[in-house]
Design a protein. Sequence first.
Length: 422
Amino acid sequence: MCSTDKGPPKRCSAAPLNHSPRTCPWSLATKTQRCQSPNPLCSAAAAAAAEQRGLGDWQRCVFVANDHGQVLGEWLRGAAEQRFGGPLSVLHIDAHNDLNVPEASSVELKGDWLSNSSHREAVADVADLANFQQIATWAGLVDRVFWIRPGWGSPEDSVLKLGQDRSGSFSEELLNGPFNTLEHQSATARKAADAPLLRVHDIPDQSLAVPVEKKALLDRVRAEPYILDIDLDFFVEDEAAPERPPWLASGSDCPAACRRWPELACPLWEEMEAKVSSASGFLSSGCASSAVSVYRRLSLEQQERLSVLHLPEQLILANQLSTGTRPVRVEQQQMARQASRLRAFLAGLKDHPPVLVTVARSMDAFTGIFDVPTLERTVLELVQEVWGGHEDEDEDGHAPCVSYAEGTSELENMPAEHDFYP
């Protein structure tokens, strides 16, 4: 059985699926934890509610990834398990819209990813941290993105017409004309079109405090199934963002990294592993030399503390230490205000839970590694409070279970600032 104690999510003995360490399945619909695998059955009430929505309970853990591009694989896996080809919406809470036009690709994104796992993986492999939502649109899974971003202003709506030429190059066109006309185009017609349409709703988070705008957004989100996708950099102001990772630093002579930096089979990490393990003195040049040199000078106790992290994560931390100064941290009061607005908004979706919840740490260049534990716990607690069942479960409530993407260390293993700064 899984522990329901408060604190970091606990592992359970359920066998992992196609990805990293997995804790027990947590049902957003039934608000319970169960150590059964895979896909335990919903309660009768939850099943009836799911049937009314036209989509079954997807029964997935909260999925946490270092690189935001990794979430697409989880989206496609979850949809394939349900034999659901779309469309659905994404409630995208992020400092960036992650709607870049993909680079040219020979992969047929509209192919049979539902039943063909190899093709599903090929589609997911095309994604990076900035284009994964457009790729999900090409695959037919997503037709709408609600982008909640930090800041002031009024919500804005737009429609993108996506295109691809014979050479495989992608493009986008911002359509003019009445939004409502395009808004009511049937889902069947949208999927059948050669050029998919993607509706984008740009929503400053301050507008969530305006009742009429909050209600309008809730009504729209309720219109179809949705994925809740949160990037921790939503809470990070510019001055608290970290430097570029050492393998991408200006003037670095590192070999090209893989499309997504947490991919542990990347040849770059083999080279870096050899340098980190070497006993040959100070490095004055070479790939990520300052970070590697700092790592070698750490105490044995500190190196032991880092040993639970994956190599790229170790280098990110060593790169922070190489600056010689304490990092600027996320301002706690500002974070609390943002979290409070999100909590009040998501509470309006308590009876319309997301089919999946995905979280991106983005600590390579957007979220400081020492801020990750606080921000991630804040997000998990927020999800728990809205859909986790404090009132109708036992007195301690239930924490959501968490599964981790490749190259993403468990929350309980993330470092604390006091371990490295006096």
